[in-house]
Structures are given as structure tokens and as C-alpha cells.
Design a protein around this ligand. Structure first.
Ligand code: TXA
Ligand code: MG
Length: 330
């Protein structure tokens, strides 16, 4: 298999037995496959096969210093790959399967390709709750490395058509199981420190960590202000993939806007009615599930710029605002 030139024909198959059999066949042959999780669609490949992992990076056009999340079927599979302390085990018990990623010391001899961890001594692991990713894990019997299934620096995909928009011609198969439910990438936690906010909120993590005897150290390693000012260079230290412009639409984007300018497409929330509204009732979970699709539509809509209404910082609002600040950064 050579580089994706000439381009692949990209097929989309609805979730079901035939799709999973075909996806597992491709994974065994060293090909990445796009498959939904409860957060966003992932581009999955065998995490123990360096050539397969290289094809993920090639399809996404992703810099290879940026390590990938590895998906496994259950805690037992995760413990074969990484070392869990008391708080990590408590977090896994509380939130797996689900949208939580734990960064843990990698076991020596675990068989994970160094291309997955970008040479770090740690690994990011997650047990997804989605039936399609779980079925693929069962069918392949392999740990599956899967970043979000979008071209590098583009908006994350919450629908099969978003995957097709940036990876069409660069991968061979998308398993389509409709829109994802959480809508934002998993919360990433290392040593009870939140590296990336997500659907599992800070109070959720904090409660479990303090019960396990380890208090939550809230993003101590990357102060929010420093991260948004310095972007990639400061963020690289702890989470190499936390690039400031990671979720960028192609148009300039302004935040906390109550009234759009003439050339702006407004994404509303609650009482602020936009060209579309993330949640008319002001429900943050609904807004999170709609966010990336709204950004995809705003990018394709008329108007040279995008504006977004204020979103409260509470609960999953913190993760929504994190993604919006990154989308606004340029
Ligand atoms: O919800 C999700 O997490 C989705 C779905 C597909 O599971 N995946 C996802 O993967 O968002 P990706 O590759 O787009 O983001 C991985 C993040 C990056 O920010 C990366 O730097 C961080 O995880 N990461 C991976 N390994 C790490 C490590 N050893 N230490 C710190 N951060 C790590
Ligand atoms: Mg991503």
C-alpha cells in the first residue's frame, strides 16, 4: 500500500454486522477506518501496528509529535497496557465506558507502537460507550488508536458527512451510525489534573478524585490564560495535541456576541437568537451535541465571519467555551 495518491474511493456503510466485518477486515489489513464514538467520529487503526498508525497521521495530515488516544474494550484491557493508581482506577470505575480519557504510565512491553505515544512514557486510554466502536474493538481484538476523524486543524466530526467533508478520498471506509450524542471530545485527565475539558465535568472528576484521596488539580500544568495566549508552545509541554487552533473553522470567529455584524453568521444560545441556535431552551448538553455541526454549517454558510452568543461557563459549558476559544484563535 502506498501513499493516498491517487485518492481512495471513500465508502460509507450504515452501522451493522456487515459494516463491522468490513471495518475489522480493513483494520487487520493495516488500514484506518472512521467509526463513531459517543463524543466524535474517530479514525481508528491497530495501535500495535506502526505502519497502520502512520496511515492515520498521513490521512489526517497530522504532525507526528501529537500522540493519539487508544481505545480498549474494558478496564482489564486498559490495565494490560498502562499502570493504574488508586485515583485512576476510581475514575475508570466511575466513568468507563464513557467520554473520559486517562493519561497513564505505559507498561513496558505492552506492544503499543511508539508512533501512538509520540515517544512519551505515558499513554492516553479510553473505554468508549458507543456500540459501533465497541463492536469494532470486539471484532478486531486489538487496541485501537483513534484521533478525531477530521483533517488536522479542522472542526471535529459529529456526523459521517463531516468525516467525508475533510477525509473523503483519504480513507476507504466510514461507518455511519448517525450523529454522536455527547458532541465534544472526551475529558482528558492525568493525575487528577484536567488536561482537556469535556463531557465529564470538573465537579464530576473532582468528586471521584477526592473520594480516592487525591484532590483535583485543575489544569495546574496549563493555566487557561497562558494556554490561550501562547497556544501550541506552552500547551505542548503536557498535552502536545492541545494546539490552540485545534478546532478551527476556516472563517474568523468572534465570541460572546449578542448581535451579529452585517457579514456575520450568528450561532445563538438560549435567549440570543442566531441564524441558528445551539439550544433554544439554554440546555448546555444539547448545545454541546450541536456545537460542531453548527460550526460546520457556519463555515459553509454565507457571511465572511462567524459570531457566537455567550455560553455559560458552568458544567459542560466550560468544555464548549474551551473549543470555541480554540476555534477563535488564529
Ligand atoms: O473523544 C475523543 O477523545 C476522541 C474520540 C475519537 O475518542 N478522540 C480525540 O483524539 O479527540 P485526538 O487525537 O483528536 O486528541 C487526543 C488528545 C490530544 O490533545 C493529545 O495531545 C492528547 O490527547 N494526548 C494523547 N496522548 C497523550 C499523552 N500521553 N499525554 C498527554 N496528552 C496526550
Ligand atoms: Mg482532534
Amino acid at each position: 500500500m502506498t501513499a493516498p495518491n491517487p485518492p481512495f474511493e471513500t465508502r460509507t456503510l450504515p452501522y451493522g454486522k456487515a459494516a463491522i466485518v468490513e471495518a475489522a477486515r480493513l483494520i487487520a489489513a493495516g488500514e484506518p477506518v472512521a467509526v463513531p464514538t459517543e463524543t466524535v467520529y474517530g479514525l481508528a487503526a491497530n495501535a500495535t501496528d506502526s505502519a497502520a498508525v502512520a496511515r492515520i497521521y498521513a490521512a489526517k495530515g497530522r504532525p507526528s509529535f501529537n500522540p493519539l488516544i487508544v481505545h480498549v474494550a474494558d478496564l482489564a484491557a486498559a490495565e494490560r497496557i498502562a499502570l493504574f493508581d488508586k485515583s485512576a482506577r476510581a475514575l475508570a470505575a466511575a466513568f468507563w465506558p464513557g467520554p473520559l480519557t486517562l493519561v497513564l504510565p505505559l507498561r513496558t512491553g505492552a506492544g503499543i507502537s511508539a508512533a501512538v505515544t509520540a515517544g512519551l512514557g505515558t499513554i492516553a486510554l479510553r473505554v468508549p460507550a458507543h456500540r459501533a466502536m465497541q463492536a469494532l474493538l470486539a471484532a478486531t481484538g486489538k487496541p485501537l488508536a483513534a484521533p478525531s476523524a477530521n483533517a488536522s486543524n479542522r472542526i471535529s466530526p459529529t456526523r459521517a458527512e463531516h468525516v467525508l467533508a475533510t477525509l473523503g478520498g483519504r480513507i476507504t471506509l466510514i461507518v455511519d451510525d448517525g450523529p454522536t450524542s455527547a458532541g465534544l471530545e472526551s475529558t482528558i485527565v492525568k493525575d487528577c489534573t484536567i488536561l482537556r475539558p469535556g463531557p465529564i465535568t470538573e465537579p464530576d472528576i473532582s468528586a471521584v478524585c477526592s473520594r480516592a484521596g487525591a484532590g483535583l488539580k485543575l489544569r495546574a500544568a496549563i493555566p487557561e490564560s497562558q494556554e490561550s495566549r501562547l497556544g501550541a508552545s506552552s500547551a505542548k509541554i503536557v498535552a502536545p495535541g492541545q494546539l490552540a487552533s485545534h478546532y478551527a473553522p476556516s472563517k474568523p470567529l468572534r465570541l460572546n456576541i449578542l448581535k451579529a455584524g452585517l457579514d456575520e453568521w450568528l450561532i445563538g444560545f438560549g435567549p440570543v437568537k442566531g441564524d441558528e441556535t445551539l439550544s433554544v431552551s439554554g440546555d448546555l448538553a444539547e448545545a454541546a451535541a450541536n456545537l460542531f455541526a453548527a460550526l460546520h454549517r457556519a463555515d459553509a454558510a454565507p457571511g465572511r465571519r462567524i459570531a457566537v452568543a455567550p455560553i455559560p461557563e458552568t458544567g459542560i459549558g466550560a468544555a464548549i467555551n474551551d473549543r470555541l476559544r480554540r476555534a477563535a484563535y488564529r
